[in-house]
Design a protein around this ligand. Structure first.
Ligand SMILES: CC(C)(COP(=O)(O)OP(=O)(O)OC[C@H]1O[C@@H](n2cnc3c(N)ncnc32)[C@H](O)[C@@H]1OP(=O)(O)O)[C@@H](O)C(=O)NCCC(=O)NCCS
Length: 149
C-alpha cells in the first residue's frame, strides 16, 4: 500500500493551526467547518499525511474514552484523489490510534460519502449506527467501528 507518514500538527503554533484548518475547509465540505481555534484547542490530534515529502492530505483523532478513539477529518488533497491515498491515510490513522494504546476505533461518515464508507468497510469496520440530523439538521451520518486486534 502507498507509504504514508503522519506529521503531528502543533496545536501551540497558531500559523500551523490556521494552515491545517484552511486545508480542511478548502477540501472537505462538512456540517461544521473546522476553525483554527478548534485545532489550537488540542482536544483533537491532527496530522498532515505526507507521501514522498509532500502533504497529500490530513487526518486526526479524538480520545472518546481511555480505549476508544474517534478518527476525524480524513481528507485527501483533490489533486491526489482516486489513487488509493484515502485508504492509505485511513489505515495510517488507525495504526496511529493503535500505537497510542486505543483498542477500538470509530468514525462517523455522511450517508452519501460512498468513497469513505467503502474504505472503512474494506478495512474491516462494521456499521454501528445511523445518526439522522446529527451535527446539524439535514446532515445524516452513519457510524462505523472496529475493535483493533
Ligand atoms: C473520501 C476521500 C478521502 C477518498 O480519497 P481517495 O484518495 O480518492 O480514495 P481512494 O483512492 O483510496 O478510493 C477509495 C475507494 O473509494 C472509491 N471511490 C472513490 N471515489 C468514489 C465515489 N465518488 N463514489 C464511489 N466510490 C468512490 C474508489 O474507487 C476506491 O475503491 P476501490 O478500492 O474499490 O478502488 C476523498 O474523496 C476526500 O478527501 N473527500 C473529502 C473529505 C471526506 O469526505 N473525508 C471523509 C470524512 S468521513
Amino acid at each position: 500500500m502507498t507509504e504514508i507518514r503522519l506529521e503531528r500538527v502543533d496545536a501551540a503554533n497558531r500559523e500551523a493551526c490556521r494552515e491545517f484548518a484552511e486545508f480542511v475547509g478548502a477540501n472537505y465540505q462538512g456540517a461544521v467547518p473546522l476553525t483554527p481555534e478548534a485545532v489550537a484547542s488540542g482536544s483533537v490530534r491532527y496530522f498532515w499525511a505526507i507521501q514522498e515529502g509532500r502533504r497529500v492530505g490530513g487526518t486526526g483523532y479524538i480520545a472518546r474514552t481511555a480505549t476508544l478513539a474517534e478518527t476525524v477529518k480524513t481528507v485527501v488533497d483533490p489533486a491526489f484523489r482516486g489513487r488509493g491515498l484515502g485508504a492509505a491515510i485511513s489505515q495510517a490513522i488507525e495504526d496511529e490510534v493503535k500505537r497510542a494504546g486505543f483498542t477500538k476505533a470509530m468514525t462517523t461518515i455522511y450517508i452519501d460519502n460512498y468513497a469513505m464508507i467503502l474504505i472503512k468497510l474494506k478495512q474491516g469496520y462494521r456499521f454501528e449506527g445511523f445518526h439522522p440530523d446529527h451535527e446539524r439538521p439535514g446532515w445524516h451520518e452513519y457510524s462505523f467501528g472496529k475493535v483493533l486486534g
